[in-house]
Design a protein around this ligand. Structure first.
Ligand code: PRP
Length: 262
């Protein structure tokens, strides 16, 4: 079997690296691999795939990293949600399911052929109920963030002002920076790996940008939703090369899934 050659991207490849196939080349010789998110989307993803008629792994709690479908037709990887677009972009997995919020934040070059009917949530700006009524400073030109929310019902469509230089704790630094920059607000972004609600409680941040699903976490921590940045739900993502090279198999899966979304 002839191995594909890959041109070095930078500098001179060592002799022993010259004939190494790329991740996508290796993967294209194998059966389909599907990257699924661990955590809150895991069970919905597996149930959805099963309803779409795909064979799924029998034991998803296994410590084994690549899980074969019960009928051996497809392989599955249970990955950290943030890593799913990375695997798919590089061709380490052919397909993946993750939240649209994660796809937009990670900004990976993948196809998004189908929004899926679960995992609905929103990425929102939130702040302390008390603190929000007492901004540190205000910019008369900045036009859009609630600084005095009395109740969430009063927030929609209200002309609001931004405090200047708010500190924002978030797991979504890219989308947060973009949201505030588009509104002319010089926000200081404090990137955290989780539990960002602690930011305002501990005085680390004025506001947070985080996923809101039921709103329980915000309520339990004395925070109130101020603005929605992005409406999110689960999305199917596909590696661009796989989409061409394994078109028949992948389109068959997409069509089965599409039947459940219409
Ligand atoms: C997410 C998010 C919030 C919570 C919102 O956290 O970060 O903390 O869910 O859900 P709710 O509106 O239904 O209360 P997750 O449990 O995914 O873990 P994380 O904090 O590690 O991101």
């Amino acid at each position: 079997m002839t191995q594909a050659t890959v041109a070095p991207i930078r500098g001179q490849a060592r002799t022993d690296e010259r004939s190494q196939p790329s991740v996508a080349d290796r993967r294209n010789k194998q059966s389909l691999l599907f990257a699924l998110p661990k955590g809150r989307l895991a069970q919905d993803s597996l149930s959805f795939l099963e309803r779409a008629g795909l064979s799924i792994p029998t034991d998803t709690e296994s410590r084994k990293l690549i899980l074969p479908a019960a009928d051996g037709s497809i392989g599955f990887v249970m990955a950290k949600p943030r890593d799913v677009p990375t695997y798919v972009e590089h061709g380490a997995a052919d397909l993946g399911i993750c939240g649209l919020d994660v796809v937009r934040e990670t900004d990976r070059a993948v196809y998004e052929p189908l929004l899926l009917p679960f995992g609905h949530c929103r990425l929102s700006v939130a702040g302390p109920v008390e603190g929000a009524a007492a901004p540190r400073a205000e910019s008369p030109d900045a036009a859009d963030l609630a600084v005095k929310p009395a109740s969430s019902a009063q927030l929609d469509g209200t002309p609001l002002r931004y405090m200047s230089q708010p500190r924002i704790a978030t797991e979504y630094p890219r989308l947060t920076r973009q949201f505030f920059a588009e509104r002319g607000v010089n926000a200081e972004i404090i990137a955290l790996g989780g539990s960002v609600e602690l930011g305002p409680i501990l005085g680390l941040a004025d506001l947070i940008v985080d996923v809101v699903q039921t709103g329980t976490t915000l309520r339990m921590n004395g925070l109130i939703e101020i603005r929605t940045i992005l409406e999110s739900q689960a999305v199917l993502i596909v590696n661009r090369a796989s989409y061409q090279l394994k078109a028949a198999e992948i389109n068959r899966i997409i069509e089965r899934m599409r039947l459940l979304t219409t």
